[in-house]
Ligand binder design. Structure first.
Ligand code: HEM
Length: 361
C-alpha cells in the first residue's frame, strides 16, 4: 500500500510539474546554455536549416515553412472532427493530405523539409513548428516566437476530404468558425495570424504568375499587408483572376478574397486597422497567436519549452516605415471600421510601382 501511495504521489508530481517544468540549466555541446538539456538537440538542426534549407533569407523556402506550420496544425477539430493538430501528419501522410485542395503547393516545402527531419531524427510535428519559428527570425520585423518540443509522431492523416484548412474563397463566418473549432482562436487572433501574409505570396491561385506577393515587401514582416489590403482594388496581377482572388491595388501584387473580406468585416475590421502601422502591436499579437497555433492537439504542460534555441529576431530596416504605395493616397483607403478612422500614412514618392515576383527556389 505504502509503495503504491509513494508511486502515485510521484506520478502526480510528474503530472503537475509535467515535461515543461524547468530543470537545471544545461550547457550544450556547442557551449549554449538552455533550460532543458533535451533542447540541445535543436542547435545542430538550427545550424543546418538556416543556411541549407533557407539560404539564410526570408525567401520562398522561409515562406513555405511558415505556411506549413498552419496547414499541419489546423487539421484538427475540437468538436469531434478528428485530426491530431500540429503533429506532422501533413508530411507523414502527405499521400492523403496533399490531395486536399487547400494544401496545393505545399509539396515543394515538404520535399525540402523531409531530408532534414530524417537527418536529425526529430519528429515531423516538432520540426514543422521549429522550422516555422526559425524562418521568422530570417524575416526582418518578425517577432521572436517560442518553440516547444515533444510532439509524438502522427497516428493518422487529418480527416478529409478538404474542409479543415480555410480556403481563400471561404466567407468570413466560415473562416472564423473553423479557426475557433480548431484552436479556439478569437477573431482578433485570426487577424493577428494573418500578419504572416506579410511574408507570403501565391503560386497556385494563378499558376501563370507563381510567387506573386500579397504585399509590396514580402521579404520583411512589416504591417504593409494591413494597409495595402485596405486599399480599393483596381486590378488583377495576372491575365485571369484565380479562385479566391480579389482585385488588388498595386500591380504585381495579389489580394486573397479572404484577406480582403476580413479587412472589411465588422467583426474583424477594427482590429485589422489597429495592426496597420503598429509594428510592435502586430509582433506581440502575432507571436502569441502563432505559439497557440503550434499547440493545437497538445498542451504546454505536455511539451518542453525550448524557446531558448530560437535566435534573436531581426529588426526592420530603418527605411521600412509604414506608407501608402506611390501615386495612391488616403482617399484610396476603404474605411471599414465603424468606430475609428484608418490611420494616415505618408505616400511613397515616385511612379506607380509593379511589385516583382518572389524568386522561386
Ligand atoms: C485563415 C485563413 C487563411 C487563408 C484562407 C489562407 C490562404 C492562403 C493562400 C490561398 C495562399 C497561397 C497559396 C499558393 O497559391 O501558393 C497562402 C499563402 C501563405 N499563407 Fe495563408 N491563409 C490563411 C492563414 C494563414 C496563416 C494562419 C498562416 C501562418 C501562420 C499563413 C501563412 C501563409 C504563408 C507564409 C503563405 C506564403 C507561402 C509561400 O509563399 O510559399 N496563412 N495562404
Amino acid at each position: 500500500m505504502a509503495f503504491f501511495a509513494v508511486l502515485l504521489a510521484a506520478l502526480a508530481v510528474q503530472q503537475v510539474y509535467g515535461a515543461s517544468t524547468p530543470r537545471r540549466r544545461a550547457t550544450c555541446a556547442g557551449g549554449q546554455q538552455v533550460t532543458n538539456a533535451e533542447c540541445c538537440a535543436w542547435f545542430p538542426v538550427l545550424e543546418d536549416i538556416v543556411p541549407n534549407l533557407f539560404g539564410g533569407e526570408c525567401g520562398d523556402d522561409a515562406h513555405g515553412a511558415l505556411r506549413l506550420t498552419f496547414h499541419d496544425a489546423i487539421g484538427f477539430s475540437r468538436t469531434g472532427g478528428g485530426g491530431g493538430g500540429a503533429d506532422g501528419s501533413i508530411i507523414v501522410f502527405n499521400d492523403t493530405e496533399l490531395t486536399y485542395l487547400a494544401n496545393a503547393g505545399l509539396d515543394d516545402t515538404i520535399d525540402a523539409e523531409a531530408p532534414f527531419i530524417a537527418k536529425h531524427n526529430v519528429t515531423p510535428g516538432d520540426f514543422i513548428q521549429f522550422a516555422g519559428a526559425v524562418s521568422l527570425t530570417l524575416c526582418p520585423g518578425a517577432p521572436r516566437t517560442g518553440f516547444f518540443m515533444g510532439r509524438a509522431p502522427p497516428e493518422a492523416p487529418a480527416p478529409g476530404p478538404d474542409g479543415l484548412v480555410p480556403e481563400p474563397f471561404d466567407n468570413v463566418t466560415n473562416i472564423l468558425n473553423r479557426m475557433f473549432d480548431a484552436g479556439a482562436f478569437s477573431p482578433e487572433e485570426v487577424v493577428a495570424l494573418l500578419a504572416s501574409h506579410s511574408v507570403a505570396g501565391a503560386d497556385t491561385i494563378d499558376p501563370t504568375i507563381p510567387g506573386t506577393p500579397f504585399d509590396s515587401s514580402p521579404s520583411i514582416m512589416d504591417t504593409q499587408i494591413f494597409i495595402e489590403v485596405q486599399l480599393k482594388g483596381t486590378l488583377f496581377p495576372g491575365p485571369d483572376p484565380g479562385n479566391g482572388e480579389a482585385m488588388s491595388a498595386v500591380a504585381g501584387e495579389m489580394r486573397l478574397e479572404s484577406d480582403g473580406l476580413i479587412a472589411r468585416d465588422e467583426r474583424t475590421s477594427c482590429f485589422w486597422q489597429e495592426m496597420a502601422g503598429n509594428q510592435s502591436r502586430m509582433q506581440e499579437q502575432f507571436a502569441a497567436a502563432f505559439l497557440k497555433l503550434g499547440m493545437i492537439g497538445h498542451s504546454e504542460s505536455s511539451l518542453i519549452d525550448c524557446s531558448d534555441v530560437i535566435p534573436d529576431a531581426t529588426p526592420l530596416p530603418d527605411n521600412a516605415g509604414p506608407h501608402l504605395p506611390p501615386t495612391l493616397d488616403q482617399a484610396d483607403i476603404q474605411q471599414a471600421c465603424a468606430t475609428a478612422a484608418f490611420p494616415t500614412f505618408p505616400v511613397l514618392p515616385g511612379p506607380a510601382e509593379t511589385v516583382p515576383a518572389i524568386p522561386q527556389s
